[in-house]
Design a protein around this ligand. Sequence first.
Ligand SMILES: NC(=O)c1ccc[n+]([C@@H]2O[C@H](COP(=O)([O-])OP(=O)(O)OC[C@H]3O[C@@H](n4cnc5c(N)ncnc54)[C@H](OP(=O)(O)O)[C@@H]3O)[C@@H](O)[C@H]2O)c1
Length: 266
Amino acid sequence: MRRLFPAPVPAHEAEDRPWEPLELADAYAYPAGADAAGADAAGRQAGAWLRANMVASLDGAAHLGGRSEPLSGPADKRVFGVLRALADVVVVGAETVRREGYRPARRRPEFAGRREAAGQPPAPAIAVVSASLELDFSLPLFTEARVPTIVLTGEAAPPDRVAAARGAGAEVVVAGRGPGVDPSRVKPELAARGHTRLLCEGGPRLLGQLAAAGVLDELCLTTAPRLALGGAARVLDGPEPTDPQEVELTDLLAESGFLFARYRRL
Ligand SMILES: NC(=O)c1ccc[n+]([C@@H]2O[C@H](COP(=O)([O-])OP(=O)(O)OC[C@H]3O[C@@H](n4cnc5c(N)ncnc54)[C@H](OP(=O)(O)O)[C@@H]3O)[C@@H](O)[C@H]2O)c1
């Protein structure tokens, strides 16, 4: 891994070698203020920061055969793991949970001290966004999570599925007036529960809605040196706006032909 943009400052950033997890963590730190100290009088954390992490093929595909794994590589997996280790909560769409077989985030000993100092539990909670609640609540994601898994849904979600989620130990958060979640409520609802360092791991349909609602602060995008061809969705798959949204490149790292870019909403 080495930094291409902006110019490397710590000496190791210019060296072409795999960075240690804590070096990567420094490079991907959340902005100052993205913590509980930013709470306003209503208990909503003004400083909540929603970052997304996605991998795309060179031709823009978000998956190959329904999985993102064929697009990933060793450095992408390290970034994926470090971004989780920095987050309070991982927000993910139900289809990604179903297709990728989500489990609770694991506790990583090398981040234990940092997380404790930041007032975070040993591992981030997983927050699944679902309207149907067609999720298998007997899976470890719900039954074995040390930090209870959150299920974000709407007021009209099927009551029996809400009961099943709660019965499995999940915390159900209602954040929408119909069956679905209002994307603009994801950040404040999670922030009100003390989760201000948010990481969205997709999928494209959920991420598209968050971006369309104007609440996505940062996109960490891995571009893999691979052509996926086919008709897979792009990393954001949401309602088409009249004008494109402007973003700013803040960082660009590279390893083994993979590019790791960070963009911020302007
Ligand atoms: N390249 C990458 O980095 C990456 C990352 C993640 C996923 N992926 C790939 O993307 C694919 C899945 O992505 P996807 O876009 O099809 O699905 P997704 O965004 O993961 O999930 C869509 C589902 O999330 C729920 N959902 C979304 N918006 C909602 C809202 N506003 N309110 C309530 N529920 C909402 C619905 O669940 P219910 O149906 O339960 O109501 C919906 O069917 C997989 O193939 C996965 O491998 C790639």
